[in-house]
Design a protein around this ligand. Structure first.
Ligand code: DX5
Ligand code: ZN
Length: 212
């Protein structure tokens, strides 16, 4: 499968967000990863619907929205209207993942389901065929710039063995040191924040994520 890179703007310079979006697009990134945190599901607060709505017009890339919030079902429509192309929610945040997947699809968007590093990957298996993408967190969600958790590699491998064609995204601690590990395990969409936005040459770092 072709490797795609989704640039997490959590590590961008918020004073120059439109320039940062252009830099990611010009550097060969394939998507913009938009991390939403509510200070409840994760111990941090980031940004939400008004920011997405405001910056959407500055990028031609698809917006890959990652909801790290306790009540994802309540916010699907506002994020869809603000310009999301895909919405990923956390399995740990809901008792009804199928209902949320259906709602995301009814809004015309791609549906992703994410698990934290300690969640059993087999809980995702019943959703293969319903969701478009699985997001396996490779750090505890909440902050950029953390170290990659190697134990998550087995989860990626197990899910790839279960499904040869589902999109598997990984998020957290992805750099030139870890990209080949997650790609070899079966991930095909790599989220990266600090490694891309703190680079002086983002294009070369983006290339290294795709083939190092
Ligand atoms: C963390 C977020 C990530 C974060 C990744 O909870 O979901 O998307 O921005 O940052 P890096 O690539 O710096 O680990
Ligand atoms: Zn994320």
């Amino acid at each position: 499968m072709k490797t795609l890179v989704s640039a997490s703007i959590l590590s961008a310079d918020f004073g120059h967000l439109s320039d940062e979006l252009s830099r990611a697009e010009a550097s060969g990134c394939d998507m913009i990863h938009f991390d939403v945190m509510d200070g409840h599901f994760v111990p941090n607060i980031s940004y939400g619907v008004p920011v997405l709505k405001s910056i959407r017009k500055y990028s031609g890339l698809p917006f890959d929205v990652h909801l790290m919030i306790s009540d994802p079902g309540a916010y699907l429509e506002p994020f869809a209207k603000a310009g999301a192309d895909g919405i990923t929610f956390h399995l740990e945040a809901t008792a009804n993942p199928v209902v949320i997947i259906d709602k995301i699809h009814s809004l015309g968007l791609r549906a992703g389901v994410s698990i934290k590093p300690k969640t059993d990957v087999s809980l995702l298996y019943p959703l293969v065929g319903l969701m478009d993408m699985a997001l396996i967190m490779t750090v505890e969600p909440g902050f950029g710039g953390q170290g990659f958790i190697p134990e998550t590699l087995d989860k990626i491998k197990a899910l790839r063995e279960y499904s040869s064609d589902i999109d598997i995204e990984v998020d957290g601690g992805i750099s030139d040191k870890t990209a080949h590990l997650v790609r070899d395990a079966g991930a095909n969409i790599l989220v990266s924040g600090s490694y891309l936005f703190r680079a002086t040459d983002m294009a070369s770092n983006c290339k290294l994520l795709k083939n190092n």
